[in-house]
Every structure is written in structure tokens, then in C-alpha cells.
Design a protein. Structure first.
Length: 378
């Protein structure tokens, strides 16, 4: 082989080696780049997974926290409003009928509660004011919504049903709110709720009322089952404590002659009965001889409040349930007495017995000259 040919071949071999080396280096660099890329992607994916995992954990924690909060709120029955609203005139118009059937079914002391139920049902309007058509005690009319067309019968059936609920709930008296609440939800859902709530939860709560409604909706394949908020809805009309005496007094508006009050007091014939009325209402509300005395003479009532450091002069702004005394002759000897309903717009609103021989709602300017003073209830 000629020399120049050999040199030419060596040159080609050298170029080939250099090319191969370059290709190897390029490939190796590419591989490193790809490894770096895949590593970065892997880290990114891992980071996303970590974020998702942390996010799901956070979401679950938030859901649990919200659930606990909502359940706790529903379980907290301390927020039930028992003093904000009064029953309507339509409901009060049924007072004598309510008293009659309440006495018949042995829950005479629960008249204000019955009125509160009627108020929640439909405000005393319509021909089925207690909404008792679908009650099992209805034996005369169709068991469907507004099936009863006789208000008297509606009240009778509703009171009979409520009496059974109160008995099954073991309510002891008108101030036994926990057992009354159980009875009320039973009135709305049906008596079966009472046994269910006692067996599963020991009694009524707003939370288990919601659970029972949801279970029944699923069972009956319906969108509505009763009112899970029935108890607070009723109790806003049922005034306990200071409000109770006002509600009972209001239930008597329209009574003429006052015989039930002076006979209850022990008189055999009519007397001036404004103080007898106040005493009777105090007895019904459980306040008699605790925060309000039993008195027939107006001045005797004033003396009791003074002796017990519960007397305030006319400049005092009274609260609902306080006892208001009047001195018509301005001779420092009170002549008349009533119950304070509220103070609003510079006026004192009252409920008074023996106002022209009738129980009436009245109002006066707070600085009215004949207001003598107040016996404070609280």
C-alpha cells in the first residue's frame, strides 16, 4: 500500500473515533438530561401527592370539625327561646274550650302550653286549630290534613293527644322543660318518637329530632317528615318564669264578672276582684307565696312587697310580670292592682282584673299620675 493511502486511512479512523466519542458524550449528556428531567417530574409528582394527601386530610378535618360543631349546636337546647312571643287573639278566644278539655284530660295546669301548641299549628285559625286530623284519637273525620271541620272537636282531640304525650314523656309540671320538650316533639312526630328518643338518647334533643325525621323520610320515601324544630317553635310562645304569669293573665282577657277568681280565693259572693285576679294568676304560674302574695285587699299586697324589700316607686321602669298598683284618689292608699305585660314607647302595658268588671288589656304613660308603685316579681 502506498504511503499516502495509509495516511489517508489513519486520518479517517481518527475522525471516526472522534465522531464516535462525540456521539457517546452527546448520548450520555442526553441520558443525564433525561434522568434529571424524570427526577424533577418524580419530585413534582411526589410533591403533588403530598399536597393532595395533606389537602384531603385537611378537608376531612374540616368536615369532622363542622360536623361536631353542627351536632353540638343542634344538641345544645339551652338556646331555646321561651319568652319572645305571645299567642294571638284567635288562640285566646278558645281559652274556655281549652280549659274545659284540659280539665277533662287531667292537664288543666298546661293551658298555656296548649295555647302555645295551637299558636304554632296555625295561630288559632281555620276549622282544625290544633291540626289534629291525622291523630289516632280522631274517630269522626277523615284522617288527612284539615280533615276535621269542627274547631271544638279539633281542640278535644289535640288535647287528648298532648295529654298522652305528656304522660308518656313523664312530664311532672309546667316547668319541666326537658320532658315537655320530649312530649311536644312526640305530638308533632307521633308518640312513637318518645320511646325511640328515650331508648336511643335518653330523651329529646334538637339533634335527635333531626335524625328521627331523616330516618322516617328515608323509610317512607318522602321529602318531609314533621318539623325537627317543632320544640323551639312552640316554646317561643310558652313563657316560663317572668313571662309565664303574663301569658296566663293574657289567656284570661275577656272574662266578665271574675267569679272564678273570687270563688277560688274563698269568697261566697262578689267582691272587688282585681287583687283576687292577680293572686289567681300567680297561683297558676307557680309564683304564689314565692314572689307574689295571696291577697284580696290592694293595700295588703303593697304592704307585703314593702316588707319583703320588693317595692319600687312610680319612677321605676317595670319588667314583664311585675305587679302595678294604682291610687285613683292620690291619697297614698292604693285602690287597684294589675300585672305588667311590657313597657314600650314610654307606656306601661297591663292586664287587669275588675276593669269595669272584666279582665282587660290597658296601657298608660309611664309618668301617669295615678300609678302608685310596683311590686317587683324578680
Amino acid at each position: 500500500m502506498k504511503l499516502h493511502t495509509i495516511v489517508k486511512h489513519k486520518k479517517k479512523i481518527k475522525e471516526a473515533k472522534e465522531t464516535s466519542s462525540a456521539i457517546y458524550k452527546g448520548t450520555n449528556a442526553t441520558v443525564k438530561v433525561l434522568k434529571g428531567t424524570f427526577g424533577a417530574v418524580k419530585k413534582a409528582v411526589t410533591g403533588v401527592n403530598n399536597i393532595i394527601t395533606m389537602g384531603m386530610g385537611l378537608i376531612i378535618l374540616i368536615v369532622i370539625t363542622l360536623f361536631i360543631g353542627v351536632f353540638s349546636a343542634l344538641s345544645d337546647d339551652s338556646s331555646v327561646d321561651t319568652s319572645s312571643m305571645y299567642v294571638s287573639k284567635e288562640v285566646l278566644a278558645y281559652t274556655e274550650t281549652i280549659e274545659k278539655y284540659a280539665k277533662e284530660y287531667e292537664i288543666g295546669e298546661y293551658v298555656p302550653l296548649i295555647q302555645a301548641v295551637m299558636m304554632q299549628e296555625n295561630g288559632g285559625k281555620g276549622k282544625d286549630p290544633m291540626q289534629s286530623s291525622e291523630c289516632r284519637f280522631n274517630e269522626k273525620y277523615p284522617k288527612k290534613h284539615n280533615g276535621i271541620t269542627d274547631p271544638d272537636y279539633s281542640i278535644k282531640v289535640g288535647i287528648q293527644n298532648l295529654a298522652e304525650c305528656l304522660k308518656n314523656a313523664k312530664a311532672t309540671d309546667p316547668s319541666d322543660t326537658p320532658h315537655i320538650s320530649l312530649a311536644l316533639q312526640g305530638y308533632n312526630y307521633g308518640n312513637g318518637y318518645i320511646e325511640w328518643a328515650v331508648n336511643h338518647f335518653g330523651g329529646y334533643t334538637r339533634a335527635n329530632a333531626k335524625v328521627f325525621s331523616d330516618e322516617m323520610k328515608a323509610k317512607l320515601q318522602t321529602n318531609i317528615y314533621g318539623d325537627p324544630e317543632y320544640v323551639p317553635h312552640v316554646l317561643r310562645y310558652y313563657h316560663i318564669g317572668n313571662g309565664n304569669i303574663v301569658l296566663i293573665a293574657k289567656s284570661q282577657v275577656g272574662n266578665v264578672g271574675g267569679k272564678k277568681y273570687w270563688e277560688w280565693y274563698g269568697f261566697n259572693s262578689r267582691v272587688s276582684w282585681c287583687a283576687c285576679f292577680v293572686s289567681w294568676v300567680a297561683n297558676e304560674s307557680g309564683d304564689l307565696d314565692k314572689t307574689i302574695p295571696k291577697f284580696a285587699g290592694v293595700s295588703n299586697g303593697m304592704t307585703w312587697f314593702k316588707n319583703h324589700d320588693k317595692w319600687k316607686g312610680k319612677s321605676y321602669t317595670p319588667s314583664a310580670g311585675d305587679i302595678i298598683f294604682f291610687d285613683w284618689d292620690n291619697d297614698n292608699d292604693p285602690d287597684h292592682v294589675g300585672i305588667v305585660e311590657k313597657v314600650e314607647g314610654g307606656k306601661v302595658y297591663t292586664i287587669e282584673g275588675n276593669s269595669k268588671d272584666e279582665v282587660r288589656e290597658k296601657h298608660y304613660l309611664q309618668n301617669y299620675r295615678c300609678i302608685f308603685g310596683y311590686g317587683i316579681k324578680s
